[in-house]
Design a protein around this ligand. Structure first.
Ligand code: NDP
Length: 465
């Protein structure tokens, strides 16, 4: 560090990416500080993946109790929302504390406040204790890892009465009726959560089917399965306005429907968290999507400033932000230019049932595999539901490049799909062929064994495109 700066590295945002970069760099002997305006842990730990998964697990018990009855159990269940919220919040506080402690152990200075650029080497941090006290800090290098924030359609009449996922984590009471707008990860996950907890749940999505961008078989299968779990799905339709009445929130929809709910949640996407950061003073440019523009090594348009994670809107997933942080550290502090490989990143949607995906959808593969694709699909009832009368089905699909015979896409909808896809991702990432999958002996009786016993090629393209 040149003596003229307070720190070698100043990180803005103590989420998954920022914390990893700060710790690695401090452990490497550099003087590092990290600013956080809310709570250490960021979206994933505080109001994203972690509390969401607790909510999914809380909600899924209802389904398990139903299954248990088929096995001879008598279950008299009731759910205490405040008790759950308290347990969740205690755990989130514990995890946030661990993150903060780990920063301290690595020698990172934690600055509790909002950082705003004054120039490319200087930030002003306003402390969040309400005193308005500010502190000016200089750094040789700065890493922006401020993540994203929910976006809701601002011009929609009545939108001020609605919530985003952030408030859904802290609802004072469980509503009787909820409407969720959107068809992406968050909408589908929260619809499952509330429906499982006994809330009358309606999902409204403007497109022809939920989860745009996913394989069409996955989209169709999941839409059918969540309807079986009691979610009312309205497709191809949006709100015209929302009206608050004495009894609830009334949705006036484009198709003329008028529906009343107690809570309306918009899960209509997240946007990079760049507002009022003073980026222009630092010479940091945004791209046309409003995200921080970076090169393959995560460097911004300013020579001493880098950005990682959701604020760059590349692939908005926690493990990706962490890998981008590691690549940043290798590049900038270990003389080892590195970038994350965005190919074959597995992802899970914690809907009920959940989805696990790695690699290409069938339609993507048909565009990229010049000799065509072989598709293997199976749908079956999980053994666990044999006694319940449930007509729920698992979907498993393998997409294979016809020329190389490499498995380029795996798609699963069903119980434990996220756990299965993590392992399938190793094989896809390694570029294994269908014959190599088939040479792997099955584990019986499991659902996953279907992945290595799929014999019948689907005869033609059944993908909608
Ligand atoms: P997504 O981008 O996944 O979905 C946004 C949804 O909102 C889409 O269905 C979109 O429709 C719809 N939408 C957008 N604008 C409007 C509008 N003006 N009116 C009506 N509908 C609209 O965002 P999410 O908020 O669900 O999640 C954000 C990101 O967070 C995800 O992309 C993912 O990267 C990450 N995430 C990951 C999770 C996981 O790994 N399990 C869980 C949660 C989030 P359309 O498709 O037509 O554009």
């Amino acid at each position: 560090m040149t003596d003229s700066y307070d720190y070698d590295l100043f990180v803005i945002g103590a989420g998954s990416g920022g914390v990893r970069a700060a710790r690695l760099t401090a452990l490497g002997g550099k003087k590092v500080a990290i600013a956080e305006e809310y709570r250490v842990g960021g979206t994933c730990v505080i109001r994203g993946c972690v509390p969401k998964k607790f909510m999914v697990m809380a909600s899924d018990f209802a389904h398990q109790f139903h299954t248990a009855e088929g096995y001879g159990w008598t279950v008299e269940a009731s759910f205490d929302w405040p008790k759950f919220l308290q347990a969740k919040d205690v755990e989130i506080a514990r995890l946030s504390g661990i993150y903060a402690a780990n920063l301290g152990k690595a020698g990172v200075d934690l600055v509790n406040g909002r950082a705003v650029f004054k120039d490319a080497h200087t930030v002003e941090v306003t402390h969040r204790d309400g005193t308005g006290e500010t502190r000016t800090i200089t750094a040789e290098k700065i890493l922006i890892a401020t993540g994203g924030r929910p976006w809701m359609p601002e011009g929609l009449e009545g939108i001020e009465h609605c919530i985003s996922s952030e408030e859904a984590f802290h609802l004072p009471e469980l509503p009787k009726r909820i409407m969720i707008a959107g068809g992406g990860y968050i909408a589908v996950e929260f619809a499952g959560i509330f429906a499982g907890l006994g809330v009358e749940t309606t999902l409204i999505y403007r497109g022809p089917n939920i989860l745009r961008g996913f394989d069409d078989d996955v989209r169709a299968h999941l839409a059918g399965e969540i309807e079986k779990r009691g979610i009312k799905v309205i497709l191809g339709c949006q709100h015209q306005k929302i009206e608050k009445t004495e009894t609830g929130l009334v949705s006036h929809l484009e198709n003329g429907m008028v529906l009343e709910h107690d809570v309306i949640m918009f899960a209509t996407g997240r946007v990079p968290h760049v507002k009022d950061l003073g980026l222009e003073k630092a010479g940091v440019s945004l791209n046309d999507k409003g995200a921080i523009e970076v090169d393959t090594l995560s460097k911004t348009s300013a020579d001493n400033i880098w950005a990682i994670g959701d604020v760059t809107d590349r692939m908005n997933l926690t493990p990706v932000a962490i890998r981008e942080a590691v690549a940043f550290h290798e590049t900038v502090y270990r003389n080892n230019p590195s970038h994350f490989d965005y190919e074959a990143v597995a992802t899970a949607v914690f809907s009920q049932p959940p989805v696990g995906v790695v690699g290409l959808s069938e339609s993507e593969a048909r565009h990229t595999c010049s000799a065509g694709v072989d598709v293997y699909v199976t749908r079956f009832r999980p053994m666990k539901y044999a006694f319940t009368g449930s007509d729920e089905r698992v979907l498993m699909k393998l997409v294979v490049d016809a020329a190389s015979q490499k498995v380029v896409g795996v798609h699963i909808v069903g119980p434990e799909a996220p756990e299965m896809i993590q392992l399938a991702a190793i094989a896809v990432k390694a570029g294994l062929t269908k014959a190599q999958w088939d040479a792997t002996c099955a584990v019986h009786p499991t659902m996953a064994e279907e992945l290595v016993t799929l014999k019948e090629k689907q005869s033609q393209d059944t993908s909608a495109g």
